[in-house]
Design a protein. Structure first.
Length: 203
């Protein structure tokens, strides 16, 4: 399985990193080895002094497809989760400056937190789901899927032009504003609506 991640999908986050608004979604991949194992802490890698949390809503693919039309995209997923796209921002900035791929900054071991998943039928509208991240009990990121520049179905259409989507693939749909550095001993707790869906210790 693969993790397909979307960059720059929330206007306020694009502004905080002083990035340009893309005309198409920004896509990158993480390998399955990036998934942080259940109940394990997140270890800050020694090649970075500035790892940021990016909380993101996740979509799990349930059916193989390519060239999926947006109007049929809803049939390709029925579970929603929450994750963190950990990013070595210092390394990413250097790579971006040189026009190099981001993988070393985004796809390292442990860089993808994946919560348990919930049926989309539990939500009235997938395009109106609140999610948030607390650091040490304080709210640091808060988003709603209605604020996405490209909504879930549009992302599935776009991604599947380039990559065949397979059962179990997970889409990281982009982060809202509020990304910031994590430090040893931080506790990161994620919520979908009011429900706590993960709690990760940083080491
Ligand atoms: Zn991200």
């Amino acid at each position: 399985m693969k993790l397909i991640c979307i960059g720059r999908n929330y206007a306020a986050h694009i502004d905080e990193l002083k990035n340009e608004r893309p005309s198409d979604p920004v896509i990158f991949l993480k390998p399955d080895t990036a998934i942080l194992l259940k109940k394990q802490p997140f270890f800050i890698p020694d090649f970075s002094n500035d790892v940021h949390h990016e909380v993101e809503l996740l979509v799990k693919i349930k059916k193989v497809g390519k060239h999926i039309d947006e109007k049929f995209a809803h049939a390709y997923y029925d579970e929603i989760g929450l994750g963190i796209d950990f990013t070595a921002r210092d390394l990413q900035s250097k790579l971006k400056e040189k026009g190099l791929p981001w993988e070393k900054a985004k796809a390292f071991d442990g860089a993808a937190v994946v919560s348990k998943f919930f049926s989309k039928s539990e939500f009235d509208d997938v395009n109106n789901i609140d999610f948030s991240l607390e650091k040490n009990g304080q709210l640091v990121q808060k988003g709603n899927t209605s604020m996405m520049l490209w909504k879930i179905d549009a992302l599935i259409e776009y991604i599947s032009k380039y990559f065949t989507l397979k059962i179990g693939d997970i889409i990281f749909t982009g982060t809202p504003a509020g990304v910031a550095k994590v430090n040893p001993d931080d506790q990161l707790t994620g919520y979908i609506e009011e429900k706590q869906v993960f709690s990760i210790k940083v080491k």
